[in-house]
Design a protein. Sequence first.
Length: 115
Amino acid sequence: VQLVESGGGLVQPGGSLRLSCAASGFTFSNYYMNWYRQAPGKERELVAAIDSASGSAGYADSVKGRFTISRDNAKNTVYLQMNSLKPEDTAVYYCNAHLLRNDYWGQGTQVTVSS
């Protein structure tokens, strides 16, 4: 099982980034896919989630209206489009796949929002 995130980097406040997470080794289309983040000195928090079938998504209040999660089951990939980025969005972003008692994690990608 592998989850490989990409797309992180340094961006100015108000800018945008698109994170990708490529999955392999499990039946991607069956799994709920989530993006978490962890800032220095803080607990890991759930940012966005998308279900396996309908594509229904949910967001943390702190990112609602600015971030969009999507998935392409044909490509085994989940995305996180991040717009209007703020310095408080700075964190390591992790991709997570969840189904019943199975939980898989990527290695994380750093997002830094700074002028």
